[in-house]
Design a binder for this molecule. Structure first.
Ligand code: SF4
Length: 409
C-alpha cells in the first residue's frame, strides 16, 4: 500500500516550520489577494523563504490562486504565476479555467492542482481536468467513500487525488456562498469569507395572516446557530482512506495557529504511519484523544460514510476549547533552564504538556519555577507582552527547538 502525503495549511514561515516539524510532507498557502483565504496569505518575500526552507528539507509547497477571476485581475494573475514559476513552487491550486490556461501557457512546468472550489464530484469531471492539464484533483468534501473509490478506479493512474480529512466545512456547497458577502461585504468566492455562517442569529417566525405577531426561535440562551457546521474529522477512517489509494490527505485551516497545526498534524502523522506499519492494530482513539484537546468545535465525519448524515450542525456555535490552550514553543533547551517563547499567561503551578513530534504520547509536567529570561529574576507568573517574548523554565525531557507546549486550563 502507498503512503499518502500529509498536507497541512501554513499562513507563515513559523506555521510552515511547525507543520513540517510535526510531520507534514507538504504545506499549502495563499498568495496575495488571489487565493480563497486572503487574510491568511503570505507575502512574496515570506513565500520565497517558506519555499526555500521546505526544499532544503525535502518538503513541498503548494500555493493557491483559486479565486474565480474577473478579467480585471488577469494582469495580476500573470505577474503572480511568473513569480511562482521563478520561485519553483511545487504546484498551484486553481479552480478557474482561465487561470489554468495562463499557467499552461507561461509556466507549463508547474503542476496544476484543481481546487475543491471547482467542486469535482465525479470521475467524468476529474477526467476532464486531467485532459486539461491537471496533475491532481482536490475532491469535493460532499463526496462519500464509495464515490471517492469509484473516482480513483475510473481515472488515469497519473491523476492524483486529494481529500480533506480534518477542519472546517462549509454550510454551503464548498464555498459557493454569498452569505458573507451579504452580511459583511466580504466575498467568499474572492477569498475573503467572514465565516458568517458561524455567527449567532436571532430567528423569528411570523404568521402571514397575523402580521406583527413575531415569535422568536431560540435553541438556547445564546440564540440560534442554524447555519454553523461542526468540523470534519476522519481520523477513525484512516485505514479505509489509505486502502482506497488517495494520494494526499489535507488538513484545513490556514488561519489556525502554529499550536493547532502542530497538534493536528502530529495526530494524523502518527495515525497514518502506525496504520501502515501495523494495520491489524489500528486504534483511532489515542489519536482522537489528541484531536479532542485542540478542537474548537464538535467533530463530524460529514458525508464520508453516508450522504444522508444530518449530524454536522453545530447548534452551540462553540469556537474555543475549554480544556487546553497554547502554552509556548521551545526556543532553546537547557538541562536546568530552557527558554520558551510564551503563547499565553503562564504561572507557577500550571499543568503543561509537551507535544513530541512523531510520538502520540505527550510529556506532562507542572511549572515549578519561572525565571525572567533577561534578568534571571524568579517570577510567579508572566503575561504575554511583546511579540516573541520568552521565559525560562525547567523542562522534564530533552526538547528540540520548535516543540510545542500546551497548558491545561
Ligand atoms: S459563510 Fe460559511 S458557508 Fe458561506 S462560504 Fe463562508 S464558511 Fe462557507
Amino acid at each position: 500500500m502507498n503512503k499518502p502525503e500529509l498536507l497541512a495549511p501554513a499562513g507563515s514561515l513559523e506555521k510552515a516550520k511547525a507543520a513540517f516539524l510535526y510531520g507534514a510532507d507538504a504545506i499549502y498557502c495563499g498568495t496575495g489577494s488571489l487565493s480563497l483565504r486572503s487574510r491568511a496569505d503570505v507575502d512574496d518575500d515570506e513565500l520565497a523563504k517558506v519555499i526555500e526552507y521546505a526544499h532544503s528539507i525535502g518538503k513541498k509547497v503548494y500555493t493557491t490562486i483559486n479565486i474565480y477571476a474577473p478579467d480585471t485581475v488577469y494582469e495580476d494573475i500573470i505577474k503572480q504565476v511568473k513569480m511562482l514559476n521563478k520561485l519553483a513552487v511545487d504546484a498551484i491550486i486553481v479552480s478557474d479555467g482561465g487561470i489554468i490556461d495562463i499557467i499552461n501557457d507561461i509556466a507549463p512546468d508547474i503542476p496544476i492542482h484543481i481546487s475543491t472550489q471547482a467542486n469535482t464530484l465525479s470521475a467524468h469531471s476529474a477526467n476532464f481536468w486531467y485532459k486539461n492539464g491537471a496533475k491532481r484533483v482536490i475532491l469535493s468534501r460532499e463526496m462519500n467513500k464509495s464515490e471517492i473509490k469509484y473516482l480513483i478506479d475510473n481515472t488515469p493512474q497519473g491523476l492524483e487525488t486529494e481529500i480533506f480529512i480534518h477542519g472546517a466545512i462549509c454550510w454551503a456547497y464548498s464555498g459557493r456562498c454569498y452569505l458573507s458577502d451579504f452580511m459583511a461585504s466580504r466575498n467568499a468566492n474572492l477569498g475573503d469569507c467572514a465565516q458568517s455562517c458561524r455567527w449567532e442569529y436571532n430567528m423569528y417566525i411570523e404568521e402571514k395572516n397575523n402580521p406583527g405577531n413575531i415569535m422568536p426561535i431560540d435553541e438556547d440562551k445564546n440564540g440560534t446557530y442554524v447555519l454553523s457546521s461542526k468540523d470534519l474529522c476522519l481520523i477513525k477512517r484512516i485505514p479505509e482512506i489509505v486502502e482506497m489509494g488517495v494520494t494526499s490527505l489535507k488538513i484545513e485551516g490556514r488561519l489556525k495557529s502554529a499550536y493547532y497545526l502542530a497538534s493536528v498534524v502530529n495526530a494524523y502523522r502518527n495515525a497514518i504511519d502506525d496504520y501502515i506499519d501495523n494495520p491489524e492494530n489500528y486504534d483511532y482513539k489515542k489519536y482522537m484523544n489528541e484531536l479532542e484537546k485542540v478542537k474548537t468545535r464538535e467533530l463530524t465525519e460529514f458525508f464520508f460514510n453516508d450522504k444522508n448524515n444530518k449530524d454536522f450542525q453545530e447548534f452551540e456555535g462553540k469556537q474555543y476549547n475549554p480544556n487546553y490552550e497554547f502554552g509556548g514553543i521551545v526556543e532553546e533547551y537547557n538541562e536546568n533552564k530552557s527558554t520558551v517563547k510564551i503563547g499565553n499567561r503562564l504561572q507557577v503551578g500550571d499543568k503543561m504538556e509537551i507535544v513530541i513530534p512523531n510520538k502520540i504520547k505527550v510529556e506532562k509536567f507542572t511549572i515549578n519555577k519561572l525565571w525572567d529570561s533577561e534578568t534571571d529574576e524568579e517570577l510567579e507568573y508572566i503575561n504575554p507582552g511583546r511579540l516573541g517574548q520568552t521565559v525560562k523554565m525547567h523542562l522534564p525531557i530533552k526538547s528540540e527547538n520548535g516543540w510545542v507546549i500546551r497548558r491545561k486550563k
